[in-house]
Write a protein that binds this ligand. Structure first.
Ligand code: ZN
Ligand code: ZN
Length: 348
């Protein structure tokens, strides 16, 4: 079966790999839809932080499909069931794992990061993934392409929960890439208003409007603080999310907040480029909360899947391409060139 692979220390290749075999305590999943994530692109460029030297990894961690085979020791699952699989699973012993937050486990594993992932026809699901509750069972009428976005939406949901976004609160999102747009869509669904989005790409700002932004700012030629002042009658914002990996925006983003404001540093920054200078008095005198999130836990994944399946968050506008798995070379070419938004590959 065709697979998008990365061999640690050697590089990216689209190649044939054998269909995985499963043990008695495992599941085999036929992939129906799998999206390309910024993380996949990062691995192709810089390698995986968690893979061993020389290890060949099938990329991909955002996927949904049907159960193709059930190990003889597995109960509760049947062939043909439609499922989504949250990609991270933990050591099972640490504090984070006890809280069922594998995304915060120091010793986590994940599909497409340190074990074979979903940019191929079939995925082996190890016993720990089943035991930790990573599997969400999907309804009959699931729209595969959209359900594949439950994982990125789960990260966004985790970010918004971390600052307790409530209806009527004013929000700004830096960055109108796929993650920024999901922040806008989820923020709008939660009743945020106004929603200000800053980016330098006019096309992406147009998308942000379609997804639910009330004010868009081209930060290459407009001042974000000025536009925020206008949009909030001088008061400032309740919440800011950073969804772009640019360190300089963090000090500016902090200035946008009103008293009791919260900021979620949602985008990770490049290693060696993550130090910024913040005005501590802003945090002190305005009673601000500065936080950050990475990934999402299984509960976030299931909640995100519910939001998609129920139509409360419409992720269709965030999907720019749906391509068959046989065109995976073209799909990666687009992703590596930074073209489009979410690219979803369809299995058989
Ligand atoms: Zn992802
Ligand atoms: Zn752990």
């Amino acid at each position: 079966m065709l697979a998008a692979t990365y061999t640690q220390g050697k590089g990216f290749a689209i190649t044939d790999v054998p269909k995985p075999e499963i043990h008695a305590d495992e599941l085999l999943v036929r992939v129906h839809a799998t999206a390309i994530c910024g993380t996949d692109v990062k691995i192709v460029r810089n390698g995986s932080r968690r893979a061993k030297d020389g290890q060949r990894l099938v990329l991909g961690h955002e996927f949904v499909g049907t159960i193709e085979a059930v190990g003889s020791g597995v109960t509760g699952y049947k062939t043909g069931m439609r499922i989504g699989v949250a990609p991270n699973f933990g050591c099972g012993r640490c504090e984070a794992c006890k809280l069922n937050m594998a995304n915060m486990c120091a010793d986590y594993s994940a599909f497409g990061i340190d074990m074979d992932g979903s940019h191929t026809g079939f995925v082996r699901v190890p016993a720990a993934v089943i035991a930790q509750g990573n599997i969400a069972v999907l309804p009959e009428n699931v729209a595969w392409d959209q359900a594949a976005l439950a994982e990125p939406l789960s990260c966004v949901l985790n970010g918004q929960n971390s600052v307790d976004l409530k209806a009527g609160e004013s929000v700004a999102v830096y960055g109108a890439g796929p993650m920024g747009l999901l922040h806008v869509a989820l923020g709008a669904a939660r009743g945020a208003n106004p929603i200000v989005v800053a980016d330098t790409n006019a096309e992406r700002l147009g998308k942000a409007k379609e997804v639910g932004a009330t004010v868009t700012v081209d930060s290459s030629r407009e001042s974000v603080p000025e536009r925020v002042k206008e949009a909030t009658g001088g008061r400032g914002l309740d919440i800011v999310f950073t969804a772009v990996s640019v360190a300089q925006i963090v000090p500016e983003a902090l200035q946008l907040l009103a008293p009791f404001g919260r900021i979620c540093l949602f985008a990770g920054l490049l290693k060696g480029k993550s130090e910024v200078t913040l005005d501590a008095n802003l945090i002190h005198y305005r009673n601000l909360v500065v936080t950050g999130t990475t990934g999402g836990c299984n509960a976030d994944y299931r909640a995100a899947m519910d939001l998609i399946v129920s139509g409360r968050v419409d992720v269709r506008l965030v999907i720019s391409h749906v391509m068959p798995m046989s065109k995976m070379g073209d799909a990666y070419e687009l992703a590596l060139a930074g073209k489009g938004l979410k690219i979803v590959m369809r299995g058989e």
